[in-house]
Design a protein around this ligand. Structure first.
Ligand SMILES: Nc1ncnc2c1ncn2[C@@H]1O[C@H](COP(=O)(O)OP(=O)(O)OP(=O)(O)O)[C@@H](O)[C@H]1O
Length: 606
């Protein structure tokens, strides 16, 4: 039977069996803590000295916090109870100094700790972002983008919160706990035992609650990641959602995911909300016990009033850190889990260039495929690209044709080295591709895609993205050559118009002209073009064709061709089918052959 009842109609989400499994798993995984903590320690780096200073300050403030009640006991027993006032001012002065120092040490430790935490989080965040830039495309293929964003934001935020506040609190709680126990034992072992009676109750209450909350918090993080993923997808793909009238279905799916987050959030917060209440109750019980036992002992003369006051104060100081530890437990757990997930991404192997030669190599643009085979998924029976061989001379244009899914885009992706080939090799100017640094290859290769991606920045910056050090003149010349200059001037702020995310306010054709300008600025040796299939008005279409011809002139170009005209003009035609290159050569040769290309042409299916 599920043990969580169903108030407000919420379904139970964690069963007893789940908890048993999870608890076992957690015990087995305890060693991960050390790994995560030692990696965080490395990130603290040059602020380690400051962190040690913070720890020393925490020790000082814990000691001062113990000393205060001791002085109050003396004031009561030696002065107030005996009505002696000589010297009272001195001891009260000392008490004030103790509390002033206590405040100063506490202020300093939290001030320094925030600095350390912010620096560490900055490093963690930058490290993760840097690492993401170096990960291969295949890594992103396998993951939902929203989930990755959740790690960049939620997980890092959890670690940040823990470092900002929980770290000091946990350390100071442990110290206070030990210090108070020692002082209480010195004062009265009997009263100490009475104070400690409450501890097992606290321990079991805590264990009961945290076993449930840690599982629930994990569920909540997962549900949040999924929901973020969906939001990200629907926002970036909102045109598709609208075009296919999928709003209702998306709303339903969103409602399911949102409901899941609500349920997990409800239970996680309900259970964790029990912690302070239960602890408060046990605290009060402990306080009552200590006061009652102290009263009886004082009645028989075993203890002074001052000692009872000190003791009740220490008893409170003893249970407060227990409370704090209980409260911080979940935060720390979820921060460590968050840090672990962040480190897991940082451990993903990045793209590494084997050789450092050819750093400044200027590509001529000769491209050779030698028996190239490639699998997206190693478990697939058939390769996506199978034994493909061809040679394209520098400056030539090769048109790739074939049915959808034939492997045309994959050939382009392999040319940009987004993926590594599994068999055979790709040679650029006779140099095996893996011997060329990726930067050398990619900085001299440009993509012009069907649906070009534009960033939320000015038109000028979007064009300059092709070559960051391009001058304003170079940008404008490229825009003129790309037939984009005229429409840019008509935009509200010309070249300084800020485009909204992905160029929402300009037409598809204009986006393409901008992406051609971007490629022109980059002045690449190799061009990878995916011809647009969407119908664009004839005037813009002509402008695009003209701009593309200028762009392709003198460069090796691979075009996924959808227009007969483009194919006709190409020097070479590659006919792809099921990942194989079934025909290749100049148009006349293929027509004479009367093979697949001839059939495609006569059936006008390209
Ligand atoms: N990232 C990926 N992960 C796994 N499989 C993929 C991936 N991208 C493409 N594929 C698969 O590889 C095969 C070839 O796809 P590719 O995109 O190269 O075809 P294409 O000829 O360009 O098709 P289209 O003309 O429709 O764009 C298809 O079966 C496709 O499902």
């Amino acid at each position: 039977m599920n043990f969580i009842r169903k108030p407000f109609g919420y379904e139970p989400i964690v069963t007893k069996e789940d908890l048993k499994k999870d608890y076992k798993k957690k015990v087995e995984k305890a060693s991960d803590w050390k790994g995560v903590l030692s990696r965080l320690w490395k990130l603290v780096d040059e602020k380690r000295f400051l962190l040690i200073m913070v720890l020393l300050l925490v020790i000082a403030s814990s000691a001062l916090a113990l000393f205060g009640p001791y002085l109050i006991g003396i004031i009561i027993d030696k002065y107030i109870a005996k009505s002696v006032f000589a010297g009272l001012a001195n001891i009260i002065g000392l008490l004030i100094i103790v509390y002033v120092f206590l405040s100063v040490t506490m202020y300093l430790q939290s001030y320094w700790m925030i600095g350390i935490a912010q620096q560490t989080i900055y490093r963690l965040r930058t490290g993760l972002f840097n690492h993401l830039q170096k990960l291969p495309v295949s890594f992103f293929d396998k993951r939902q983008h929203g989930e990755l964003m959740s790690r960049m934001t939620n997980d890092i935020e959890n670690v940040s919160q823990t470092l900002n506040s929980s770290f000091i609190q946990v350390f100071s709680s442990v110290l206070t706990l030990v210090g108070t126990t020692v002082v209480m034992l010195l004062l009265s072992p009997l009263m100490t035992v009475i104070t400690l009676i409450i501890v097992p109750f606290m321990f079991f209450a805590m264990r009961w609650i945290t076993r449930r909350t840690s599982k629930l918090f994990k569920e909540q993080q997962k549900a949040l990641g999924e929901l973020n993923g969906m939001i990200e997808e629907t926002v970036s793909g909102q045109r598709i959602v609208k075009a296919f009238s999928q709003e209702t279905r998306m709303l339903e799916e969103f409602a399911v995911k949102s409901e899941r987050l609500k349920r997990t959030g409800f239970w996680a917060l309900t259970y964790s909300g029990f912690i302070p209440k239960v602890m408060n109750f046990l605290n009060n019980m402990s306080f009552t016990l200590v006061a009652a036992a102290g009263g009886i002992l004082a009645f028989y003369g075993h203890i002074s009033i001052g000692e009872i006051v000190i003791f009740t104060e220490y008893a409170r100081q003893f249970t407060r850190p227990l409370n704090d530890l209980a409260n911080q437990f979940n935060t720390v757990l979820s921060a460590i889990a968050g840090a672990e997930r962040v480190f897991a991404i940082m451990d993903e192997p990045e793209e590494i260039d084997a050789a450092n030669d050819h750093q400044d190599y200027k590509l001529k643009g000769n491209v050779t495929f030698e028996d190239v085979s490639f699998w997206y998924n190693k478990n697939d029976d058939n390769p996506t690209i199978e034994d493909v061989s061809f040679h394209v001379e520098a400056g030539q244009t090769a048109a790739l044709v074939g049915a959808t899914g034939a492997g045309k885009t994959t050939i382009m992706q392999l040319l940009a080295r987004f993926y590594e080939v599994n068999g055979g090799s790709i040679l650029i100017d006779g140099i095996p591709m893996e011997k060329l640094p990726r930067h050398t290859l990619r900085s001299q290769t440009a993509f012009v895609l069907q649906d070009p991606f534009l960033f939320e920045m000015t038109v000028r910056e979007n064009i300059r993205y092709g070559k960051l050090n391009a001058t304003d003149e170079e940008v404008m010349t490229a825009a003129k050559e790309a037939n984009a200059h005229e429409f840019i001037l008509k935009l509200p702020n010309g070249y300084d118009t800020i485009l909204t995310a992905d160029g929402g306010e300009i037409s598809q054709g204009q986006k393409q002209l901008l992406s051609i300008a971007r490629a022109l600025v980059a002045d690449p040796a190799i061009l990878l073009l995916d011809e647009a299939t969407s119908s664009i008005d004839t005037v813009t279409e002509l402008k695009i064709q003209e701009a593309l011809e200028r762009l392709m002139k003198g460069r090796t170009s691979f075009v996924i061709a959808h227009r007969l005209n483009t194919v006709r003009k190409a020097d070479l035609i590659f006919v792809m089918e099921n990942g194989k290159l079934i025909e290749s050569g100049p148009q006349e040769e293929l027509l004479q052959k009367r093979g697949r290309y001839y059939n495609m042409l006569t059936n006008t299916k390209i």
